[in-house]
Ligand binder design. Structure first.
Ligand SMILES: [Zn+2]
Length: 296
């Protein structure tokens, strides 16, 4: 399974830009969250900051500093992605060494693990994945954040989507489940009705079972407070993520609002696991035999 057009290339071509609620660039600098962060008992980290050709590491470091937010940077990994082999990972990690970032990967596809050895993946601080590349009934992979996403039967879509989310969390050895509860444009207005208690409970149970943190996403302002409350009560950990591909990295307004409203504390928050306790090492992988790997 692979993507004909990688998410990164798609975003670069600009077709998605109009669909995304991105705050205009502030050329005079970036508002700092240092004061807001002072009210928290945990460090402020954006664990979902994309590095791009027009948003290189040097610039990201500058923006992070201005905002008073540490960045966990991510590059796409998996078949046909920027990171597709151990060698790619090694070069990426070397490029990031000595830089003030957590080193992350945004995994693509349920089979990304087959591109790498476990040892190579464990060198990263974290891996995140989402369920936005959704397999339709006919096997087509639909990018839910684009106009490709058509919803014929809402309830049927939701049931299949929740099942897929549970698969992502259950099969992929990830640290963070990103863009959680995202809904495509045709049904986004019905978020509260479609994300029933039962559906939320399925996602939360999978996260608890597999010890996967759930991202509070400030690009789409998701998940809802109701979801975050239920997840917190179940003992789920959270990360903050902007899912920004440029100057908006580190914009965490929704995350801070939620943290305040729900009273998130250090024990509720994700922190990268020690090197020998990474999910890629800790979890039994459905698609691979124990100790087996298939470098591409
Ligand atoms: Zn992303």
């Amino acid at each position: 399974m692979g993507h004909q057009i990688s998410r990164r290339r798609f975003l670069e071509c600009g077709a998605a830009a109009s669909a995304l609620a991105v705050v205009p660039l502030r050329t005079w600098g970036h508002p700092s969250y240092a004061m807001a962060g002072d009210e928290l008992d945990f460090p402020l980290v954006d664990f979902h900051a994309h590095i791009e050709s027009d948003f290189p590491l040097e610039r990201a470091a500058q923006v992070a500093k201005e905002r008073g937010v540490k960045f966990g940077v991510v590059e796409h990994g998996g078949f046909h992605q920027t990171l597709a082999s151990d060698d790619d990972l090694k070069r990426y990690i070397e490029r990031l060494s000595g830089q003030p970032f957590y080193k992350g990967m945004q995994a693509e596809g349920l089979d990304w693990m087959e591109c790498f050895s476990k040892e190579a993946v464990a060198q990263l601080d974290f891996v995140l994945s989402d369920a936005l590349t959704f397999p339709e009934k006919d096997g087509r992979l639909v990018r839910l954040w684009t106009s490709e996403a058509k919803v014929v039967d809402k309830q049927d879509f939701m049931d299949r989507y929740v099942d897929f989310i549970v698969r992502v969390i259950s099969q992929e050895p990830i640290d963070i489940f990103a863009n959680p509860t995202f809904l495509p444009e045709p049904i986004v207005a019905e978020y509260d009705a479609l994300w029933t208690k039962e559906r939320m409970a399925k996602v939360i149970a999978a996260a608890v079972k597999h010890e996967v943190a759930i991202e509070i996403n400030s690009r789409y302002n998701i998940p809802s407070l109701a979801f975050i409350r239920a997840a917190k009560d179940a003992g789920v950990e959270f990360s903050f993520g902007s899912n920004a591909h440029g100057e908006e990295a580190g914009r965490l307004d929704y995350c801070l609002k939620v943290a305040k409203e729900i009273g998130l504390k250090r024990p509720d928050m994700f922190a990268p696991a020690p090197a020998d306790k990474k999910p890629i090492l800790r979890r039994t992988l459905a698609r691979l035999g124990v100790g087996e790997s298939h470098p591409s």
